[in-house]
Ligand binder design. Structure first.
Ligand code: SF4
Length: 335
């Protein structure tokens, strides 16, 4: 599943036209499949899906669905999470090479070694992790509830937070705890959205709201800029991708600068067509997400590939850490 970006050549050669859409729908019906698409998918994939959303919302839809097959148009750890929550269903991902640089930044073995250095610490992992890492985790979190999850842990217990350093820094600042150790992982897309770029765009659009995903390299800068008055504090909204769609419907701003993967713009423009949504960094496109092409989706439905497997013991342990997250607070969001 994990490949370097250079090695990845997506399946191509099919236009997402009406004939494609008809064949996709017909094959999905024959397979008794529900099609799920993450917010960062290309517009054609988002539009053909039965449901579009963030990773955790989609996994919960997968578990609640009557369909016997889930086709998860997203990256591999997301399809794995669907399998963890719905082990009796067949879970397909249109291209199993669609990895995630953030999920790949910590392995199960690395987490076990880190835990050995901090006996008694509570492990909190963002949902962008493999099933093996979730199985080593005490409580999973999303970007929406990461602060609540950490706040629920007794003050005297050390916390190991992984894998995202930007979300970890946000949680550390918000909870004011100094016994949190943060893993130095990052997503290559989000890390590329930086503070200076954000400051420049904000200065050029003084009336715009700023929607920022806390995994972005600019989240800290955005709060700093707000603190020093460069950007009005009420204009900066740190949001999960799911919450961005709700905020799009509520904002009074005519322009919104969006700091996350550019696939998000499609859902935001659909939710509030009258608002001018602009990417802080137009190059912030996840090549892993874009591995799920129209050709890959058709191949998946025609051939019943690529099937996602998680062994039962790993799935049970991983499920427990996801369940604890759900018990602590109704999680919205995640990536
Ligand atoms: S945008 Fe980053 S965190 Fe999200 S799937 Fe791509 S590599 Fe992973």
């Amino acid at each position: 599943m994990t490949s370097t970006l250079q090695e990845l050549t997506p399946y191509t050669g099919i236009e997402p036209d009406a004939a494609w859409a008809e064949e996709v729908r017909e094959l999905a019906r024959q397979r008794d499949a529900v099609l799920l698409a993450h917010n960062y998918q290309s517009p054609a994939i988002q539009d053909i899906a039965d449901h579009t959303g963030d990773s955790l919302a989609l996994s919960r839809i997968a578990a609640a669905s009557d369909a016997s097959t889930i086709v998860f148009c997203g990256v591999h750890f997301m399809a794995e999470t669907a399998k963890i929550l719905a082990p009796e269903k067949t879970v397909l991902i249109p291209d199993a090479r669609a990895g995630c640089s953030l999920a790949d930044s910590i392995t199960g073995a690395q987490l076990r070694a880190w835990k050995a250095e901090h006996p008694g610490a509570v492990v909190v992992s963002y949902v962008n992790t493999t099933a093996e890492v979730k199985a080593e985790t005490d409580i999973c979190c999303t970007s929406s509830n990461a602060v609540d999850v950490v706040a629920s842990i007794p003050e005297d217990r050390e916390v190991l937070f992984c894998p995202d350093q930007f979300l970890g820094a946000h949680v550390k600042r918000e909870t004011g705890r100094d016994n949190i150790h943060v893993w130095a992982g990052e997503c290559h897309v989000h890390a590329g959205i930086n503070g200076p770029e954000l400051a420049e765009r904000a200065a050029a659009n003084p009336d715009a709201d700023l929607f920022i995903h806390p995994e972005c390299g600019c989240a800290t800068s955005a709060l700093y800029l707000a603190g020093e008055g460069t950007v009005p504090r009420e204009k900066v909204k740190i949001l999960s991708t799911g919450d961005m769609v709700h905020a799009a419907r509520d904002t009074k701003a005519k322009t919104v600068l969006v700091a996350t993967e550019i696939g998000m713009l499609h859902q935001l423009r659909k939710a509030a067509p009258e608002i001018d949504f602009r990417a802080v960094n137009e190059r912030a496109s996840c090549r892993y997400m874009k591995m799920i092409t129209p050709a890959a989706l058709l191949r998946s439905l025609r051939e019943g590939v690529d099937e996602v497997h998680v062994d039962l013991e790993t799935a049970a342990r991983a499920r427990a850490s996801v369940q604890r997250m759900i018990e602590i607070g109704q999680p919205g969001g995640g990536e």
